[in-house]
Design a protein around this ligand. Structure first.
Ligand SMILES: NC(=O)c1ccc[n+]([C@@H]2O[C@H](COP(=O)([O-])OP(=O)(O)OC[C@H]3O[C@@H](n4cnc5c(N)ncnc54)[C@H](O)[C@@H]3O)[C@@H](O)[C@H]2O)c1
Length: 325
């Protein structure tokens, strides 16, 4: 049985706690939060014990795994501490607030010989996995353009999201999901240009244009300007056809191909066996810890996704195109 300690009893801490409850061979032993009542509430729901800090939790429970669900600016210090105690670490995305910090965290985990994975959940979303496979199998021919949208209401449950020095804002906190998926499917970026609108809006609304080294042109809308609800959208246009994936549609995946036999993959959303991306993600992490294999999303990989998101933010702030070496 692998013992798990969750640090941060907020939105994602709660999601991870319920997810571990569905995974065989793991036990949530402790939850730490500076808000003691929040830690107590979540711990009680899962028959675990509550603590006020990572130090106390590790000292008393000696878990195998530390799962960090804290505001992004606190990831680094907690990952370094967990690694120094020899704990395997799962850390929510974005990995950190700077690429230097991300690489330092990755090196510390590697030196400590512990498994380190970042929660880029779209890599584990059945629909986005299917889209990646369709691209890799060449079913749409050569892809020319990629259009992506991720939009929702501002994350009103915690004030720290509004502080760009803590969350990075809508591109770094929200848009990084798509930017990471884009990199994992099409390789590294060549240049990026972005604009952010926030004046008069309840939240930020950003456009990001990316030229990939492969020649693919991508566009992302990342928004916290919706009054409520949530939507994600992906469109891939290739020489052989078009694919659309829209969370608002009843049948969210549609593929139209040139010529005969335009086969339509049935959406994983309709499958009774459909599991949440978080469950697939955390199962993968636990398997990696058990078998000593490298996770799908390493610290180095997450650092590259952060580098792209930060470059987009810099472009929006300076009005300049940012080109990668
Ligand atoms: N993968 C996803 O889909 C997804 C979705 C939302 C958020 N996130 C990420 O997850 C992380 C957490 O986000 P959230 O929405 O759960 O935030 P949250 O504000 O709901 O939860 C953070 C918790 O950390 C606690 N905390 C703050 N400082 C602390 C400290 N020093 N020691 C102990 N506890 C402390 C807070 O009291 C709070 O309970 C962020 O990095 C965010 O970007 C990921």
């Amino acid at each position: 049985m692998l013992k798990i300690g969750i640090i941060g009893a907020g939105m994602m801490g709660g999601t991870h706690a319920s997810t571990y409850a569905n995974i065989y061979g793991v036990e949530l032993v402790g939850v730490a939060d500076e808000r003691v009542e929040a830690a107590q509430r979540l711990a009680a729901e899962h028959e675990a014990r509550s603590y006020g800090s990572i130090e106390e939790l590790i000292q008393v429970e000696n878990p195998d795994i530390i799962d960090i669900c804290l505001p992004t600016d606190l990831h680094k210090a907690h990952v370094l501490y967990a690694a120094s105690c020899g704990k395997h670490v799962f850390c929510e995305k974005p990995i950190a607030m700077s690429v230097e910090d991300a690489l330092e965290m990755t090196e510390a985990c590697s030196a400590a010989g512990v498994t380190f994975m970042i929660g880029h959940a779209l890599r584990f979303s059945p629909d986005y996995q299917m889209a990646k496979e369709i691209v890799e199998e060449g079913k749409l021919g050569t892809i020319g353009t990629v259009r992506m949208i991720r939009e929702g209401a501002p994350p009103g449950w915690s004030a720290w999201f509004k502080d760009k020095s803590r969350s990075g804002g809508v591109i770094v906190d929200l848009g990084i999901h798509e930017l990471d998926w884009l990199r994992s499917t099409f390789g590294e970026p060549l240049r990026v240009y972005a604009k952010i609108a926030e004046e008069g809006l309840p939240g930020e609304h950003a456009f990001v244009s990316i030229r990939m080294k492969s020649g693919v042109i991508a566009h992302l809308t990342a928004s916290w300007a919706l009054p409520d609800g949530f939507r994600s959208f992906l469109e891939l246009a290739g020489t052989e056809g078009l694919m659309k994936l829209d969370s608002d549609d009843h049948k969210p995946i549609a593929v139209t191909r040139r010529g005969a036999g335009a086969e339509l993959p049935s959406s994983s959303w309709e499958s009774p066996l459909n599991r949440s991306p978080y469950e697939i993600e955390l199962r993968h992490f636990v398997d990696c810890v058990r078998t000593g294999t490298e996770p799908l999303v390493t610290g180095t990989d997450a650092a590259k996704s952060l580098e792209l998101a930060l470059a987009a933010l810099r472009s929006a702030q300076t009005g300049e195109v940012v080109t990668f070496e």
